[in-house]
Design a protein around this ligand. Structure first.
Ligand SMILES: [Fe+2]
Ligand SMILES: [Fe+2]
Length: 186
């Protein structure tokens, strides 16, 4: 085995953490697709009330779910593989995508009509592409690296694993689950 094994790394914990993040990603994408679709429909129909409402709903979700998710990943989940030659470039590319997503959220905030629908569609497609890289490239790299642990990287971070798993995948970071329990409604 190369490197220093991550303390207490266990295959079952790694698999569970991977599944939890994949499930949370799928939930997020489903919600995003639904909200972006409603905004596009409202714009196509020329329904100003529906447009304002669906844009506000999507923007609120981006501020409460999408951007915090990206920022939480930039902690332990990205920093481990970023320090490895085999994943450094991937992580740098993914950080650049986070920035594009954050910029598109600002574009959504300050636009209306067709421009708002275009911003929403771009967020939707880029997030879908981005989470696929996380699921298929980044997280498997962490799981397969002897001295990194996905379970440790996501421990207690409900932004990454969803409200339920945020408490279940605590491993040896119980205090984090407690800190985050109060906003476990998302
Ligand atoms: Fe990400
Ligand atoms: Fe993600």
């Amino acid at each position: 085995m190369n490197g220093v094994p991550a303390a207490g790394k266990e295959a079952s914990h790694e698999a569970r953490a991977l599944k939890a993040v994949e499930t949370h990603h799928a939930d997020m994408l489903r919600q995003l697709n639904g909200m972006a679709g409603l905004l596009t429909e409202a714009v196509e129909a020329g329904d100003a009330n529906a447009e304002q409402g669906s844009q506000a709903t999507l923007l609120d979700w981006c501020d409460r779910e999408l951007v915090p998710h990206a920022l939480a990943e930039e902690g332990p989940l990205y920093s481990g593989p970023r320090g490895k030659p085999g994943a450094k470039l991937l992580v740098e590319g993914m950080l650049a995508e986070h920035k594009v997503i954050v910029d598109l959220v600002e574009e959504l905030r300050t636009s209306s009509g067709v421009a708002a629908a275009v911003a929403a569609g771009a967020i939707q497609r880029i997030f879908a592409l981005h989470l696929d890289k996380e699921n298929r490239l980044l997280m498997p790299f962490v799981v397969e690296s002897p001295d990194l642990s996905l379970a440790d990287a996501v421990a207690g971070l409900h932004e990454l694993v969803g409200a339920d798993e945020g408490q279940a995948v605590h491993h040896h970071h119980d205090h984090h689950a407690d800190e985050h329990r109060h906003h476990a409604q998302g």
